[in-house]
Design a protein around this ligand. Sequence first.
Ligand code: G3P
Length: 219
Amino acid sequence: MKFFIDTANLDQIREAQDLGILDGVTTNPSLMAKEGITGEENVIAHYKAICDIVDANVSAEVIATDYEGIVKEGEALAKLNPKIVVKVPMVKDGIKAIKYFSSKGIRTNCTLIFTAGQALLAAKAGASYVSPFLGRLDDIATDGYQLIEDIRTIFDNYEYPTEILAASVRGPMHVINCAKLGADVMTAPLSAILALLKHPLTDSGLAQFLADHAKAAGK
Ligand code: G3P
């Protein structure tokens, strides 16, 4: 499974890149706003800065929701760097725009996926990725894992090349379950990725190994 980091925070992106396991970055307008990045020029500069840090693909989301606007913004974003994947919302004009981008060889990530039908439409339009939002379904007591399983079945049935990018992943169990269900990619905050490192028996075991080594060495 590919690991993407879901943030616009440059320090966290650097830390994930340094770990050597990063396959991509996803951002969205809320994550950009959280970092205080506003105004077209600053947003563009920030995407360029992210592309300079990572050796991976970077999802950059359009703001427009009409076909012409999505195409204009998406083409401008795609020109910034070959690492950019244009993130398009799941709306009618978004599907049309994904079809257009696909014909031009521009990669897309269809975001805000909450049903298997939405994922199927995006795959038919030629999206490179679909982003089902696991955590937000959890938030409303709905089974996000079932959604990922359903999309996996549909994409496998018809051999769609579209990758399932599990998004809105909030913690380590989300990551593990996405891997069990066969998501191609998951995107999570750095905290969820680092939480995978942790087990108290690892910590106590290591402390014991180091103590025994020191004792044997007469320290
Ligand atoms: O990038 C989209 C998605 O991952 C958002 O996550 O935690 O805001 O639901 P969250």
